[in-house]
Design a protein around this ligand. Sequence first.
Ligand code: TRP
Length: 458
Amino acid sequence: MIRINQDRKKKNVKRESWGSQAGFLLATVGSAVGLGNVWRFPTVTALNGGGAFVLVYLVIILLLGLPVMIAELTLGRAGKSNVIGVFTRLAPRSKWWLAGVLPLAASFIILSFYAVIAGWTLLYIFSSLAGFTAGLDTAGLASLFAVLTETPVYPVAAQAVFLILTVAIVVVGVKKGIERWGLVLMPGIFLFLIILFIRTMFFKGVWSGIAWFLRPNLAALSFSTVLDAVGQVFFSFSLGMGAILTYGSYLPRDSDIPRNSFYISVVDLGVAILAGLIVIPSLFVFGLDPETGPGLIFITLPAVFNTIPLSMLWATLFFLLLAFAALTSAISMLEVIVAYLIEELRWTRFTAAAAAGAGVFLLGVPAALSRGVLRGVLIGGLDIFAFLDFIASNLMLPLGGLLLIIFVGWVWGVRKAAREIRTLGVGFRLEGAWSFLVRFVVPLAIGYILISGLRPKG
Ligand code: TRP
């Protein structure tokens, strides 16, 4: 690994970089804003008593989300490399590069089932446009969902199409692919969100839902609320997996990392809250259960749209929103793998993106079939979907995040990190607070989460 880095210095291979500050911000917000905001956040909030959870979520963003995002961006920019390369460059002749293996594997696994759900959103864009969802009630929509996700050919084909789109963007490169598509897709996401939000505000009785969503009911607070909030912040901010690190590695020296991290966090939080304000009050108005799991967005919400005029328009907009958001996130997961293959194994971008896409597809096929022909196949008591999600999200993500933060806090060191942040006169007023959080609070919190995540639920 070290040899390879020396080779690169010799050959002086030109690394890619972002074309503009706005391009970087939109791409990174694109990584953060995904199914985690539009689907997971409203669900987790509903399960945790509404406003109380939102309050805890805010605190966890300040204590964990923001500091870890700053750490990942700084590590990436200082190492100017992929998730393995940053360790070999900043701690040469050590075993720290192993800390990059987990994020790499987690990217692969998470993308494989993320693409399956993203594929469903494509099926639903098509179904809404074709009128298949029109006029159906919850029961009708439940059978449509069964047909679309259990017949083998639909979910697998949709997953393939989604991955082809992802590969097609990543193949073109950081500036011309990822950045340019961010500039196209992100405004679309914001536009769809705002239109859907305004429409929701015109529902009669929307206020009781909003009140439930935002009123901090402190009695609903428990320790598991905090655990859920930590998991949600990590997932939604794309942390612990090298995605933010990889995007940070394409940053120019004069970029203001703390300020950018603040902007990205605020927008990601804002999108999650807007999505919550669309999903939760709609359910209240129509007296539907904030049911969890895929049913919430693929069955219940289309049922809500079907009770208002122009239902086809609203359903299409909503699934376009989901598909766009999933695409910009999937791009960042694929780029983690592609950057590694290009820089460490010296593959071309084309080979790297195509091979990684194909590998992710193959690994995802069992997940895509897990509601259909592979229903009932269990690994350790979990179906294939849940199994992949469990090992990646509950084990690899937190462990990867923990190693990364220990490296920044204790091995490479907060001093060097702060110096990197301050390059070219960028201010870092909160250095003291950040160092304390990164060295003590974040590792203890993640370590604890990791251990509690290992305990069998029941
Ligand atoms: N943040 C994205 C979402 O909210 C998902 C995502 C992209 C992600 N990259 C990641 C999650 C890296 C964990 C790690 O849907």
